[in-house]
Write a protein that binds this ligand. Sequence first.
Ligand SMILES: Cc1ncc(COP(=O)(O)O)c(C=O)c1O
Length: 448
Amino acid sequence: MGFIQLKTALPGPKSQAALVRRKDALPAGLAKSTEVVVESASGALVRDVDGNQLIDFAGGIGMINVGHAEPHVVAAIKAQADKYIHTCSLVTTMEPYLDLAELLNKLTPGAFPKKTLLANSGSEAVENAVNIAKYYTGRNAVLCFEGAYHGRTLLTLSLTSKYALFKKGFGSFVSDIYRIPAPNMFRRPEGLSEEAYVASCIGQLEQAFVAQVAPESLAAIIIEPVQGEGGFLTIPAAYLRKLREVCDKYGIVLIADEIQCGASRTGKLFAIEHSGVVPDIIVSAKSIGAGMPISAVTGKAEIMDAPHLGGVGGTYGGSPIACVAAIEALKILSSPAFLRRVEEVGEIIRTRMETWKEKFPIVGDVRGLGAMRLVEFVKDRRSKEPDPDRTLAIIKEAVAHGVILIRAGLFSNCIRLLPPIAITDAQLSEGLDVLEAAIIKYGNTTGL
Ligand SMILES: Cc1ncc(COP(=O)(O)O)c(C=O)c1O
């Protein structure tokens, strides 16, 4: 018997009842990519309230790289809860906060002195990073990228791209934010080499300094070294190096948003390490907390120290229960064995996806770094016209057969795989079989 065990059609009766409650009690705008109602989860498996067992390829949008209910994380949370839950870092000093900050200061790239501010969500950390950069530089402008996702608070929503899904109806947005296209190898003009394309993207950056904003006005450039929501676009090293050069030249703070691509997902603890570029500030969240709500802003000490006394902080930032979970998670995430496993998981997915590209014309591209892998669906390989409907149909089909999946991409035409790295080879292969069967079902043009 496989790992997927379906005792009812999905959603089963108990799940259906919970979904009615969700509809009645929760706002309609809170989307869900599956109708799974969770009873328990461990490793890469999720069990629902009807007794069905599913394989998790979404990992809560990449926030559980160490696996659901990782035993060391659970033990640390329990032990901390027995001691005390929280006393607020604005009132007292809590050692788990110090331990985690010191660990992040040590583990993040850059040989300079660093400091870490802890917060509760990715959005809150990005917001703090930008505010700190503004304070440090005394400037207001921020440069960001098409396809970027940085969160849903007012400032981070202003930085986020993909208008219809995230921003519609929520304006006005924060001013002094400038956006340029992010390099996208798959959608580069036909006939252009990768090198020539990156050069043209650098040209767009330079053009923006003429057409949009003076570099001397920029407080920060914020970039995801591998775009998450935008569709697992790895930003080429040459482009990141150019950003570093520009930031050095004009005194701009380079912020790497590693909320989705960090935490060893790509085979290095931080994705930007692949390029050798050292940012001034790194923002972490999601998988560093192993499921607990925690985020971090780690940066050059002189930048982090810029705001006045009382200028940063919040009630729950650095909750000791979340801190001890993150410390255990980081011990695992940074271990050579874990990083080796990321490579193995990534290679298994990559190898399978490459066969899809050969077999199925609707697969326009397969890409990613380490275990951050994605398949992009198109109506036609020449025109590369996105196929969001078929993507959704494939996701629904795979979920109905027991694999939890989510989409991605500016055009919502990609399926991204962010399984817990605790997944076994057998679970991975079973899940990929289910996804492949769904692609086959909807792969012919009459399938919809
Ligand atoms: C790259 C990136 N930045 C920021 C965020 C926002 O994080 P949160 O949802 O914890 O506010 C996300 C969430 O998906 C993300 O992927």
